[in-house]
Design a protein around this ligand. Structure first.
Ligand SMILES: Nc1ncnc2c1ncn2[C@@H]1O[C@H](COP(=O)(O)OP(=O)(O)O)[C@@H](O)[C@H]1O
Ligand SMILES: O=P(O)(O)OC[C@H](O)CO
Length: 497
């Protein structure tokens, strides 16, 4: 029997491949960053060929690093940045346009139009989502309306759509399989999350031909096999989930009420709500967690668009740090934020504000404000945004969280984790494996092929690295947070005419 499971984790800023053994321990990792394209303010694109090239590149590299061959892989699990939209010609395999990234705001006017027609509530009821440029539906419409000749081809079924999971599976199978899983489908704003089917009315409203859409499937399922020419062997592709849902799975949040927060490019808090789709009244999303074991489970989600990305911005655009880890070093050189707040609304604000027209701002600057304060304010902003969504989640679910499980690249930052716990007043638990997204995808794939037997078996493998306990008095916690709320008001609706 093959000895390992491979996860392909296609994130917003990098493509990663990880090999896991039976214990869920990492055997080897390969990672490659790729180009972020910003054609206009508020627009974000990726080159789909670069996504594919880096992803297959790291898949080969990780095998080499581990000294194993493709035949040693029992199954592959795919997990991906969600919502990002790719449309390609199914005969040539070539994209008709760059991938429109989840962060891209170009379709805000299409969303305004849907809202003005009074469709927001119907769309929310069917899809669980707030009408926002974040989701794929309006991005597909934009491509059909703006790229010459694409609509005609789409109507003939020659041009097809997929999120990044679909694009990777299509390429891995040598252009044979056009599928997605329920968790990814639930992020398109085209999918009825209760009936588990594409919604004809929304498709009609957005003028999107159904023939373009992938077939929705469970998240733990054998979708097809890798092509020998592409991967070197025929390996079952047996797991597929959006990266945030995969992280929830990897954190073993299998019962209703369990939650995690992932600190990557953005920050996404998800709470499992079991087989019940809970409607949010506080600005959260209702989303499909996964389809596993013949049933579908749901989650409440608080989506924060910019988290770790603010640290990349300090590094690449502001150029006041050389690497992400330095953010911790500078932030801890000062005792506090000195009254400085940074609202990283670079691509608008997600939950719970949903303001497509908000933009980034720094407030509270005085003559004594130093680089350290700005760096600290950037890290603090991640924790305040998390408090925003945690409060919404507690309201919607009626559950008071007594502990928050965390993961993702930025949780390596100990200052960030301690401050997070201080601002929430709740312990924050960091697991040994912080690559939980990839782990979740591996588990989904391994369950479908019998490499692992059950969720109980998997849950027993979860191990803690460190718990950060709150160490700030309530008065200070609340006064810092009220400063944040004031700062957010300054950032909102900035781009609105
Ligand atoms: N020590 C650190 N402190 C703060 N942020 C960090 C640190 N290390 C990594 N990051 C941030 O974490 C993000 C990378 O996390 P990752 O989970 O790989 O994200 P993604 O899957 O979205 O590409 C980057 O945005 C990076 O700036
Ligand atoms: O690339 P990540 O890990 O920040 O995740 C992006 C999300 O899936 C967007 O919804």
């Amino acid at each position: 029997m093959a000895k390992y499971v491979m996860a392909l984790d296609q994130g917003t800023t990098s493509s990663r491949a990880i090999i896991f053994d039976e214990n869920g321990s990492i055997v080897s990792v390969a990672n490659k960053e790729f180009t972020q394209i910003y054609p206009k303010p508020g627009w974000v694109e990726h080159d789909p060929m670069e996504i594919w090239g880096t992803q297959i590149g790291v898949a080969k590299e990780v095998l080499e690093k581990a000294g194993i061959s493709p035949e040693d892989i029992a199954a592959i699990g795919i997990t991906n940045q969600r919502e990002t939209t790719i449309v390609w010609d199914k005969n040539t395999g070539k994209p008709v346009y760059n991938a429109i990234v989840w962060q891209c705001r170009r379709t805000a006017p299409i969303c305004d139009d849907l809202k003005n027609k009074g469709l927001a509530e119907t769309i929310r009821k069917k899809t669980g989502l707030v009408v926002d440029a974040y989701f794929s539906g309006t991005k597909v419409k934009w491509i059909l309306d703006n790229v010459e000749g694409v609509r005609e081809k789409a109507e003939k079924g020659e041009v097809i759509f997929g999120n990044v999971d679909t694009w990777l599976i299509w390429n891995l199978t040598g252009g044979k399989v056009h599928v997605t899983d329920y968790s990814n489908a639930s992020r398109t704003m085209l999918f009825n999350i209760h009936k588990l089917e594409w919604d004809e009315d929304i498709l009609k409203e957005l003028n999107i031909p159904k023939a373009m859409l992938p077939e929705p499937k469970p998240s733990s399922h054998i979708y097809g096999k890798t092509s020998k020419e592409v991967f070197g062997a025929e390996v079952p592709i047996a797991g597929d989930a959006g990266d945030q849902q995969a992280a929830l799975f990897g954190q073993a949040c299998y019962s209703a009420g369990m939650a995690k927060n992932t600190y990557g490019t953005g920050c996404f808090m998800l709470m499992n709500t079991g087989e019940k789709a809970v409607e949010s009244k506080s600005g959260l999303l209702t989303t499909i967690a996964w389809g596993v074991d013949g049933k579908v489970e749901y989650a409440l989600e608080g989506s924060i668009f910019i988290a770790g990305a603010v640290v990349q911005w300090l590094r690449d655009e502001l150029r006041i740090i050389d690497n992400s880890a330095q953010s911790e070093e500078y932030a801890t050189k000062v005792d506090d934020n000195n009254g400085v707040y940074l609202v990283p609304a670079f691509v608008g604000l997600g939950a719970p504000y949903w303001d497509m027209y908000a933009r980034g701002t720094i407030v509270g600057l005085t003559r004594g404000a130093k680089r350290e304060h700005i760096i600290r304010a950037a890290l603090e902003s991640i924790t305040y945004q998390t408090r925003d969504v945690l409060e919404a989640m507690q309201k919607d679910s009626g559950i008071t969280l007594t502990n928050l499980k965390v993961d993702g690249g930025a949780v390596a930052n100990n200052f960030l984790m301690q401050f997070q716990s201080d601002i929430l007043g709740v312990p924050v638990s960091r697991p040994k494996v912080i690559e939980t997204t990839a782990l979740g995808a591996a588990y989904l794939a391994g369950l479908a092929t019998g490499y692992w037997g059950s969720r109980e078996e998997i849950a027993a493998k979860w191990q803690i690295d460190r718990v950060f306990k709150p160490d700030m008095d309530e008065g200070k916690r609340n006064s810092l947070y009220s400063g944040w709320k004031k700062a957010v008001k300054r950032a909102m609706e900035w781009e609105k005419e």
